[in-house]
Write a protein that binds this ligand. Sequence first.
Ligand SMILES: Nc1ncnc2c1ncn2[C@@H]1O[C@H](COP(=O)(O)OP(=O)(O)OP(=O)(O)O)[C@@H](O)[C@H]1O
Length: 212
Amino acid sequence: MSEPLLQAINLECERDERTLFRNLSFSILPGTVTRVEGPNGSGKTTLLRILAGLNDAWTGELLWCGEPRRLRRESFLRNMLYLGHRPGIKPLLTPLENLRALTAGRYPMDDEVLLRALSGTGLDGFEHVPSRNLSAGQQRRVALARLLIADEPLWLLDEVFTAIDVQGVEAIEALLQQRAEEGGAVVVTTHHDLDLPAMQRISLGEGDWDDS
Ligand SMILES: Nc1ncnc2c1ncn2[C@@H]1O[C@H](COP(=O)(O)OP(=O)(O)OP(=O)(O)O)[C@@H](O)[C@H]1O
């Protein structure tokens, strides 16, 4: 069996004196898609940000390719793509300019490649329009165009289906599956029902919805 890309051992996180999770252990193996699930406020975004190295309010251990992540920070950051629950694009820039900015530091690409990625997310004809003039779903698609050019083996994706239509969701599902089949791994939070074979699940918290 191949070595996990990422391993969480006894993770614990407390927020405002409330324990979000404790003794949380799991392995993210190459070739897998893992869904983090749980009700609103159960800690899905928090967990994803911890995995991405964006939140330090936790205890436990995280291993990257078998070694403590803190000792392999550069390798981890080079091989991980995190997309947060906000599209994270600049409203004054066009989709093409946004994609240039988002990829410049990591893998500078010819505009031709970027335009193909925008076309792949259904943004033909909108490449040069200020992003503030796009719909919520189209703005999300600008951010998602990164998935068509990303070469990082580990994707951490937080609620990336928000505002995306049915066809778009299917296209993203296919991309996640493809990343896994190529030997990468995907961890995704979503309230959508994902239709992927052999998906792993990490379940957080129980709802405290009071409908009495
Ligand atoms: N920076 C912060 N400081 C204090 N508490 C926080 C912070 N960020 C999140 N929390 C709290 O942590 C809990 C979990 O939040 P989180 O966003 O991880 O939940 P979630 O499962 O992703 O929720 P949703 O399904 O609504 O997106 C919430 O109660 C939230 O108020």
